[in-house]
Every structure is written in structure tokens, then in C-alpha cells.
Ligand binder design. Structure first.
Ligand code: FAD
Length: 456
């Protein structure tokens, strides 16, 4: 890094769990940092799903550097074995953490552009010598420019939910029926939301944990009130492993969610429609009709809950030289390890600054956004990512490379998930692979070998 960038802060985009953990790591290393959050509070995205109970316990939801920083503030660590809601996570951890970081956290500061001083993405001339320019729009509409020595984009994907169209584009007519669509898990604890779905027929489109959460909630409402029914719309040809690993899931609450969804389907309050790839949606007499690629029409519903995953907002990174995977829009070195097309067990080999870096030196994607369109991101992963990134920015490359991460497995086996097909075959024949009982430690080891291999 050029001398003149030495005194400049690291800009962290987003005051969510991972952005704040990044700031705590950097503060712990006396590296100046500014966290830019577009929302009016820390954990602004998490607060929007405040009614959802997490399937991780507090043990896995507090970053080590954050705990260290909070220790001096009289903060009390919540019970490790308890499962918070999103609202608990914000109130009992994210907001106290932001307060402990003090002026380093700027709320109401939306990042609308990132580039290099005096150079667009094409210009090479002493590019790496130039600080980043971070363009910020403040809540009162002013625009500012901040110079930064490095940028950690931890802005998540919550603001970019997937559309109804099975091809990844909005379905024909989607905008016209927007008042009947929701892209969030309905919080039936809220009376206004409850009245929208009670006694009515709702389509739930998607197969991830959010869809399972919505199905369980709607089946519960159906138990309490006649006329409430859900239609689970799946692109895939069968339910398959959509309910997850059940008892085999090392995250007990995640496994239990799948089991509750299975019981909800078996209860009869939910109709399952498979092999339905939505292409169009129509308004028919005030109700919503989904039409699939082959012209098949779903019986009319009153509401549709669209939970088809998330995708990264890359619009404000147009001037940054990113190295993204064509499929997942995740960092190219990370993508093969999290690709849902070949990896389901949730184990991800340890990765850090190296895998999260890009052709643009000093720029990192971290947190939910680093997974691009891949599901299964866990906060634990993000905490380890930013520990490594902070070490790299501080020049402590030994600590940056020493990444360790063992994640709770989903208990769902599909393919080995190992990046090296030869290694995958060797592991599978040895009865290991990422679904084998001893996968975690082996993957840590493998991670190191892969790294060593890459460095030679
Ligand atoms: C319903 C739900 C349940 C989950 N349950 C679990 C669980 O049990 N266990 C687990 O480990 N993980 C869970 N996750 C996954 C993950 O841990 C969370 O999504 C977590 O909030 C990700 O943290 P993050 O900091 O990467 O992103 P976010 O929490 O999304 O934070 C990003 C922040 O960036 C801000 N921002 C966005 N764009 C800009 C911009 N341009 N400028 C400035 N600020 C910006 C947003 O307002 C937001 O506050 C869950 C996710 C969801 C959606």
C-alpha cells in the first residue's frame, strides 16, 4: 500500500453481523476503519426479519473480536445455548457492538460507488498506488466521497431477493400483481400480516430455509383458522432433500425446521406442486394465477410468497476489477466450494483473504454477499472471513493464511463438494467425502494442501 494511503481508513460497507465483526477485527489491530450503513440502525437488514428465530444458537452468533471489544462495556453475553430471533440479535448484540465501535459506524450512509482515485476500471497506471474512492449518499440526500486504503464489502444480499420467474427474471406480469406478492417470510405474529394470509390460499415459491419457515407458519395458521391453505410451488421434479437432513443435521434447529415442514405437508394444509417453472403471472378476477413454462396454470391463489433466494447487488462496484464466478457471482476461488449444484452438506473448507480477494488489490467481498447466489451462508463463516481479511490488510499474512473453520453439516449428501474431483473420488472411495463422519478436520487439512498446492 502506498505511503499516502497509510493513514486512510478501511471502508466497510454494511453494519450487519459481518461488517461489524470486520470493524471489530480492524479496531483490535489499531487499523482505522469506517463502517458505512445505509439503514438507520445497526443490523438494519436483520431487523427486517426480526420475527424469524435463527437456527444457530448465540454460541455461533458472536464474533470473537466483537466479544473482546464488548467485554469492556459491561455487555453481558447471552446464553450460548439459546436461539435468538433476528430482533434479539440486533438488540442484544449488533446495536451494543455498533455503540462500542462509536464514531467508526456511520448510519444513514449508503455506498453508491467504489473506485480508485482518478482511475476508472480500465486504467492501469499506478492503480494499486491510489486509494479507493467510496461514494456515499447520506440520509439527507447529500453526496460525499471518502478515500480509503482498502474496502470490505459486507453489504449482504437481503435487498436483492430473487424474482418469481423460474428463469431468474421477473415473471411476465410480476410487476402488475406486486400488491399480492411478498419476497419476505410472512411474520404471522404481526396481526396486519396475519390478516393478509388467514382464511386465504397462498402460494409459497422456493425450496430453501425461508420457504420451509413460511410453510410451517402457514400450516400453523391453517390449524387455527379454517380456509387457510398453502400451495408449495417447486421447480424441481420432486421434493427430494428439500426438507434437509433432519436428525442428521448438526444444526439441530435447522434439522428440526425441515421436520416441521415435512409434518406441515403431511398435515394436508399444504399442497405440493413440483416441476412448475413459473414464466408468467396473471390477475384473474382479483386472484393470482401462476403459469409455467409449458402453459400449465396453477389454481388461483390470493397471495404468493416468493422465496427464491438472494443475489448480490453489484451495481455500485462497476469500477472495481472483480473476479467473480459466472454461475454464483461469488469470488472465483470460493465458488466451487459452495456451489449448490454439487455441494449440499454445508461443510465449506476454510477460506479467507486469499479466496475472497479480487484482481482489484485491497478489495474484498465478505459475509452473505461473498456467497453470491449460493445458499447456506452462516455467520460463523463470515466471522472467520473477516478475521483473515483484517490480518491481511494489517500485513499479518501468516495470520491471514491460518484460517480454520468447521461448520455444522446439514446431513444432506449430494456429491462430495470437494473442489478437486480426483480428491473427491479418493475421499468417496475411502468412505469420507464431505458427508463422511470425519469430513470436517479432513477438509481443514485439505484446505491447507490445496493452498500449498496453489502456492507452488
Ligand atoms: C431469515 C434468515 C435467517 C438466517 N438464520 C441464520 C442462522 O440461524 N445462522 C446463521 O449463521 N446465519 C443465518 N442467516 C444467514 C446470515 O448469517 C445472515 O443473513 C446475516 O445477517 C448475514 O450478515 P451480513 O453482515 O453478511 O449481511 P446483512 O446482515 O445483510 O448486513 C448487510 C448490511 O449492509 C447494509 N447495506 C446494504 N447495501 C448497502 C450499501 N450500498 N451501503 C451501505 N450499507 C448497505 C444493509 O442495510 C445491512 O445492514 C440467516 C439469514 C436470513 C435471511
Amino acid at each position: 500500500m502506498a505511503d499516502h494511503a497509510e493513514g486512510l481508513p478501511v471502508a466497510v460497507v454494511g453494519a450487519g453481523p459481518v461488517g461489524l465483526a470486520a470493524a471489530a477485527e480492524l479496531a483490535d489491530r489499531d487499523v482505522p476503519v469506517v463502517v458505512l450503513e445505509k439503514g438507520g440502525r445497526a443490523g438494519a437488514a436483520v431487523a427486517e426479519w426480526g420475527g424469524v428465530r435463527l437456527f444457530s444458537t448465540w454460541r455461533d452468533l458472536v464474533a470473537p473480536a466483537a466479544e473482546k471489544l464488548l467485554a469492556g462495556t459491561g455487555w453481558t453475553r447471552p446464553d450460548d445455548g439459546a436461539y435468538p430471533t433476528g430482533a434479539d440479535w440486533v438488540r442484544d448484540y449488533l446495536e451494543p457492538l455498533a455503540a462500542a465501535l462509536g464514531e467508526r459506524v456511520r448510519l444513514g450512509a449508503e455506498v453508491v460507488g467504489v473506485s480508485r482515485r482518478g482511475r476508472d476500471r480500465v486504467v492501469d497506471a499506478d492503480r494499486g498506488e491510489q486509494p479507493f474512492t467510496v461514494r456515499v449518499r447520506t440520509a439527507d440526500g447529500r453526496e460525499e466521497r471518502i478515500l480509503a486504503r482498502a474496502v470490505v464489502d459486507a453489504s449482504g444480499t437481503w435487498a436483492s431477493p430473487g424474482p418469481l420467474g423460474a428463469d431468474g427474471l421477473p415473471a411476465l406480469g410480476e410487476a402488475a400483481v406486486a400488491d399480492r406478492l411478498s419476497y419476505r417470510v410472512p411474520d404471522l405474529g404481526d396481526p396486519a400480516v396475519r390478516s393478509r394470509y388467514a382464511g386465504r390460499r397462498t402460494a409459497v415459491v422456493g425450496s430453501g430455509h425461508s420457504a420451509l419457515t413460511a410453510l410451517v407458519a402457514l400450516a400453523g395458521a391453517a390449524e387455527r383458522g379454517p380456509g387457510t391453505h398453502a400451495v408449495w410451488v417447486l421447480r424441481r421434479g420432486g421434493v427430494g432433500d428439500a426438507f434437509g437432513g433432519g436428525d442428521a443435521d448438526q444444526l439441530a434447529a435447522r434439522g428440526a425446521l425441515g421436520e416441521r415442514a415435512r409434518q406441515a405437508v403431511e398435515s394436508g394444509h399444504i399442497t405440493v406442486v413440483t416441476g412448475f417453472r413459473t414464466a408468467e403471472v396473471r390477475n384473474s378476477g382479483g386472484r393470482v394465477v401462476l403459469v409455467d413454462e409449458d402453459g400449465r396454470e396453477l389454481d388461483p391463489v390470493d397471495e404468493a410468497v416468493v422465496l427464491t433466494g438472494f443475489r448480490p447487488d453489484l451495481s455500485f462496484l462497476s469500477e472495481v476489477r472483480l473476479g467473480l464466478d459466472a454461475t454464483l457471482q461469488a469470488p472465483a476461488a470460493l465458488a466451487p466450494l459452495i456451489d449448490p449444484n454439487m455441494h449440499s452438506c454445508g461443510t465449506v473448507y476454510p477460506h479467507g483473504a486469499e479466496e475472497l480477494s479480487h484482481p482489484e488489490p485491497g478489495f474484498y467481498l465478505a459475509g452473505m454477499k461473498s456467497y453470491g447466489r449460493a445458499p447456506t451462508f452462516l455467520a460463523l463463516t463470515g466471522f472467520e472471513q473477516v478475521r483473515s481479511i483484517a490480518a491481511a490488510i494489517a500485513g499479518d499474512h501468516e495470520a491471514a493464511a491460518r484460517v480454520e473453520l468447521v461448520l455444522p453439516e446439514t446431513g444432506v449428501c449430494q456429491g462430495s463438494g470437494l473442489p478437486d474431483p480426483e480428491e473427491a473420488a479418493r475421499q468417496d472411495t475411502a468412505g469420507g467425502g464431505c458427508c463422511g463422519p470425519s469430513a470436517g478436520p479432513q477438509l481443514v487439512e485439505l484446505g491447507k494442501n490445496l493452498r500449498a498446492h496453489r502456492e507452488t
